[in-house]
Ligand binder design. Structure first.
Ligand code: ZN
Length: 189
């Protein structure tokens, strides 16, 4: 899926993980321990596989997607309370890591038109032809063509499902944002 959605999925995992970090004594949240950080990063990395396994097209082309994803990641990390920034940054990076590892070189060569997304030699199974739900315009392959049958509708439905689940995860802990009321103040009020 597009980079932007992998950033959203990583941030969603971090929102859920940060529900373990409520702290009455230090302004609402404490820093994560190594165990939680590692577990959340593994969950973030695996979220990439769930998203890529779904049938999906690419609503944004590669370069604007990478730029927008980077801006979103930086904005999200700077919008959360300082003790949680490392958690959010690490999980978002973990959620992007499979693309960096499997597609990084191709991106550097500016072949990032996503036609290189399906390759049997990639490390992660969700980037193999058998595991990827990647769809592209043209052609007549039910498993690969965005234009075959109702694949566009399936892709749209899958994007909406991912966004709704991510929104649910964010809502488990919206007070991680600096502009949200402090959890301690809110309890005292
Ligand atoms: Zn991927």
């Amino acid at each position: 899926m597009i980079v932007v959605l992998h950033v959203v999925a990583g941030a969603a995992v971090a929102h859920v993980a940060s529900t373990r970090l409520h702290d009455r004594s230090q302004g609402g949240f404490r820093r994560p321990g190594l165990g939680l950080l590692a577990f959340a990063c593994v969950a973030g990395l695996l979220s990439h596989g769930v998203l890529d396994g779904l049938k999906h097209g690419y609503p944004i082309s590669a370069v604007p997607d990478i730029v927008l994803g980077t801006v979103l990641a930086v904005a999200w990390c700077s919008a959360v309370r300082p003790p949680l920034r490392l958690l959010f940054a690490a999980v978002i990076v973990a959620a992007l890591l499979p693309d960096v590892i499997d597609h990084g070189l191709a991106m550097l060569r500016w072949k990032a038109g996503w036609d290189v997304a399906v390759n049997a030699n990639h490390i992660f199974p969700w980037h193999w032809p058998e595991g990827s739900g990647s769809l592209h315009p043209g052609g007549n392959d039910p498993a690969r063509s965005l234009d075959f049958g109702r694949n566009r509708a399936v892709s749209l439905a899958n994007h909406i499902i991912v966004l709704l689940i991510a929104a649910g995860c964010v809502l488990t802990n919206p007070r991680v944002f600096r502009f949200a009321p402090d959890p301690i103040d809110a309890r005292a009020a």
